[in-house]
Design a protein around this ligand. Structure first.
Ligand SMILES: [Zn+2]
Length: 254
């Protein structure tokens, strides 16, 4: 049986050779602790699932988008004191991105979307630096920034809370421990007002912020909430992929 034609790791040379792909999608996750109850691969599992479903929707509308194998390591320098969270420094990520782009560009691909699944990853400065050196059009989106979480979830934390737990209950329920095993994701707030108000920023020292590595209480997570949110996300991302596939990168402005 053949795999999905828009997932590179499942498809084959026979299919790929006769398909003119318009956009490559690079899902980029992380390997990090997610409270007690979610797997270390949560960010990677989520971003890969969202990429695949968005690409499927675009494919069915005639757009040819190809999902590359996800990068499973993110920028996690502030969490490496939590075993076995793995860090790729931003400069290493930039080298990796540059090598991947070099392959795709040599093969004639014209557009790449980096689909980000981890809050610590920041691809914008990398794209700013790399874009003038290559002809392939580079862009990025963080899937979890689609829509307003408050429309879907009651406790809007930002790591391994109600949102991520709901999504995982939908896409990988076998990898989620019973919620009775989860910590409450309580966050210790900054003493400095400017950091609390978030207009000043420093990377968070994760072991000092949270007892269970989570920020946000997963107690109210349900599969149904996950389904509602991901349906909205992939619908919007699918539409973006269709637009991106059809677009001429040299003619993006009205
Ligand atoms: Zn996460």
């Amino acid at each position: 049986m053949a795999g999905r034609p828009y997932i590179l790791s499942e498809t084959n040379w026979k299919t790929v050779r006769k398909t003119e792909f318009e956009v490559a999608i690079l899902p980029w996750g992380a390997t990090e602790a997610h409270n007690f109850h979610l797997p270390f691969g949560t960010d990677t599992i989520q971003v890969e699932a969202v990429a695949a479903e968005s690409a499927r929707q675009a494919w069915e509308q005639g757009s040819r988008c190809l999902v590359l194998p996800p990068v499973p390591f993110g920028s996690n320098a502030q969490q490496v004191d939590i075993p076995h969270t793995i860090n790729l420094n931003p400069t290493t990520q930039a080298f990796l991105l540059s090598d991947l782009v070099e392959s795709l560009e040599a093969q004639g691909l014209s557009k790449l979307l980096i689909l980000n699944g981890h809050g610590g990853n920041d691809f914008r400065p990398m794209i700013r630096e790399l874009q003038p050196q290559v002809t392939i059009f580079l862009c990025m989106a963080s899937w979890y920034q689609v829509g307003d979480w408050a429309d879907y979830f009651e406790d809007v934390g930002d790591h391994a809370g109600e949102m991520e737990t709901s999504i995982m209950l939908q896409i990988a329920p076998d990898l989620v421990l019973p919620l009775s095993e989860a910590g409450d994701g309580a966050e210790r707030r900054y003493r400095i007002e400017a950091f609390r108000e978030k207009w000043a920023w420093a990377p968070r020292r994760w072991t000092q912020v949270s007892k269970d590595t989570g920020v946000g209480n997963p107690a109210l997570a349900t599969r149904e909430k996950g389904e509602r949110y991901t349906a909205a996300v992939v619908e919007q991302l699918g539409r973006f992929l269709v637009d991106l596939a059809a677009a001429d990168p040299d003619d993006l402005y009205e």
